[in-house]
Design a protein around this ligand. Structure first.
Ligand SMILES: *Cc1c(COP(=O)(O)O)cnc(C)c1O
Length: 316
């Protein structure tokens, strides 16, 4: 993992969220974390429900707006959390600019690189101090393992604190789970290439479909984040989301009628997954009700397109 991300040190964990938690356990009471408004909801829960009561505060801002980030930095901000592309709208933020702003404010920049994988995006080379992964996703690649990793640019004091949290807190992965991830790493670059190619074809199909009002995929030239993604990524990834024009019930109908896609959370496996994101996120969710998130797998792209096509036919 260190070699893939270009870091000096790595600690692995029993899940992505155990890795996230270990990073924040290195903070002191009174410290502040700046995170994206559309942070992975599990990470937001860790900050809001575990760390807030230990007096580690967090604010959530729209990191696509550099001015909002500047205004939200506090004298006690110790971590700027970066997630790009984000979930579920696939918004991209400028890693170089954000890492720079973090450093000027005396904070560290840490990126959750789960969606992109180190094949497409290498945050340490773009100025981040640490990278976190849910190896549960593309790195495991088969939806049969839970795991997390933290790679640090330097084997420094901040990394020593992550290591201490891992060692004393016990959030370690099992040897078998490590073996499952190791099994998948040799195929990672080839799987990612195929995920990208399939996702592009599915995105183009959806983009031209009359029942679809929006497609969120940075690979599309009409996407607001296309230029930025092109600058900091070497490909656009296998994740996308789209909005069914007729709204929630029609979106639920599409998810119900697809036959190749499995209706499930998680992502990054060889099998394509689809989910109605707002239902997963619960009543506080700001995700559009007509939105479906798709993890495009390694089936034949034509089969995936045919499947979405017949499912869209059957709804309003
Ligand atoms: C899944 C995921 C996590 C959490 O990983 P788990 O292994 O499920 O705990 C964190 N960040 C992102 C972006 C994820 O997709």
């Amino acid at each position: 993992m260190s070699a893939l991300e270009g870091g000096e040190a790595c600690a692995t964990f029993g899940s992505g969220l155990a890795a996230v938690t270990a990073i924040f356990q290195g903070l002191q009471p009174g410290d502040h974390v700046l995170a994206p408004r559309d942070t992975y909801h599990g990470t937001a829960n860790v900050l809001k429900h575990l760390f807030a009561k230990w007096n580690v505060s967090a604010s959530f801002v729209d990191m696509t707006r550099v001015d909002d980030v500047a205004a939200a930095l506090q004298p006690n901000t110790r971590i700027v959390w970066i997630e790009t592309p984000s979930n579920p709208l696939l918004q991209c933020v400028d890693i170089v600019a954000l890492a720079d702003m973090a450093h000027q404010a005396g904070a560290r920049a840490i990126a959750d690189n789960t969606f992109a994988s180190p094949v497409l995006q290498r945050p340490l080379e773009l100025g981040c101090d640490m990278v976190m992964h849910a190896t549960t996703k593309y790195l495991g690649g088969r939806s049969d393992v839970l795991g997390g990793a933290v790679v640090s640019k330097l084997n420094d004091d901040a990394f020593a604190q992550v290591r201490t949290a891992q060692l004393f807190g016990g959030g370690v992965p099992s040897p078998f789970d490590c073996w499952l991830v190791m099994r998948s790493l040799p195929t990672l670059p080839y799987r990612i290439q195929a995920h990208c190619a399939n996702a592009m074809k599915v995105a183009q199909f959806l983009d031209s479909h009359p029942k679809v009002s929006a497609v969120h995929y940075p690979g599309l030239e009409n996407n607001a984040f296309h230029a930025l993604a092109k600058k900091q990524m070497s490909g656009f990834g296998g994740m996308l989301s789209f909005e069914v024009k007729a709204g929630k019930d029609a979106a639920m109908g599409v998810a119900q009628h697809v036959e190749i896609f499995t209706r499930a959370t998680s992502l990054g496996g060889v099998e394509s997954l689809i989910e109605h994101r707002a239902s997963i996120e619960g009543p506080e969710s700001k995700t559009p009700q007509g939105l479906l998130r798709v993890s495009v797998g390694l089936e034949h792209a034509d089969d995936l397109i045919d499947d979405l096509s017949q499912a869209l036919e059957r709804v309003a």
